[in-house]
Design a protein around this ligand. Structure first.
Ligand code: ZN
Length: 275
């Protein structure tokens, strides 16, 4: 396993985002499914009134098919997909969303700033298959709540990784017992001093919010940051007497966020040395 204080993000990581050769999934809470390829993952949140997809991996039909197959594998019905909520406008998160819109008429959610960013600054400008390919129905604002059935997703504006990046806090259940999960939307810090400072400011804001909401579960949309594939492998084989390793407590969540702080501080140092 990688040490979590120094996650490695390299050009290999970027290549891994496009690897559609395998997918894995696990029902990590009673009502939360994770579906991953080698580098990125999405979440499916079950509610009384249907399913919410959070992020959408990569714009490849294989990714869409894998998410649908995972939903069916855990006994849920893809026909109940109602919403697609995105963290930010990078192609490894906007992903295969267009098929959720086309086939399930999912309502789509993203910040207005990142909708424009997605359109005007495609992650891979030289490859049209990765450009913006579906519309956003609802522009998210800081402090609002996305509700469906018995669930509420609390929305936090956390610019830095992208100018309109959003992060989320929502309840999940473990054997019927409620926990609060937090998903930090933008994994890696940006590369200019002003943006890194903004990223750190957003992170502090989100850490405060997490404390207020009693967050005790850390979720990541990149498997490289939290040993995600190993955690999924563990969860798939976990017996009922074994602990749920996504539940790390409020101190654990604070330490998890310090990983992003130390990555940011490293980048700030590099920027300073460069000058
Ligand atoms: Zn990104």
């Amino acid at each position: 396993m990688n040490r979590l204080n120094k996650p490695v993000v390299t050009s290999e990581t970027i290549k891994a985002m496009e690897d559609m050769s395998f997918f894995t999934h696990s029902l990590i809470f009673d009502d939360l499914l994770i579906v991953a390829q080698r580098e990125t993952n999405c979440f499916v949140l079950w509610t009384y009134d249907g399913l919410i997809i959070i992020d959408a991996i990569w714009p490849a039909k294989e990714a869409f098919n894998a998410i649908i197959a995972a939903i069916e594998d855990v006994g849920w019905n893809p026909d109940t997909i109602k919403k697609l909520v995105l963290t930010h406008g990078h192609v490894d998160h906007t992903g295969c969303g267009k098929w959720f819109v086309e086939q399930y008429h999912a309502d789509t959610y993203l910040s207005k700033v990142d909708d424009t960013f997605w359109e005007e600054h495609p992650t891979k400008p030289d490859r049209s298959e990765t450009w913006k390919d579906y519309n956003i129905d609802h522009y998210l604002l800081d402090g609002e709540t996305i509700t469906l059935g018995d669930k509420a997703i609390y929305v936090y504006s956390t610019p830095g990784h992208t100018p309109g990046c959003m992060s989320y806090i929502f309840p999940v259940n473990e054997n019927g017992e409620k926990h609060m999960a937090a998903l930090w939307g933008g994994t890696t810090p940006p590369w200019t001093k002003a943006e890194v400072i903004q990223y750190l400011k957003s992170l502090n804001y989100f850490m405060d919010a997490a404390k207020t909401k009693n967050v005790d579960v850390a979720l990541s949309n990149h498997t490289s940051v939290d040993n995600g594939l190993e955690r999924i492998a563990y969860s798939r084989k976990r017996y009922s007497y074994m602990p749920n390793i996504y539940i790390i407590g409020s101190d654990g969540f604070y330490h998890y966020c310090q990983v992003f702080q130390s990555m940011s501080n490293d980048i700030l140092k590099k920027i300073q040395n460069f000058r």
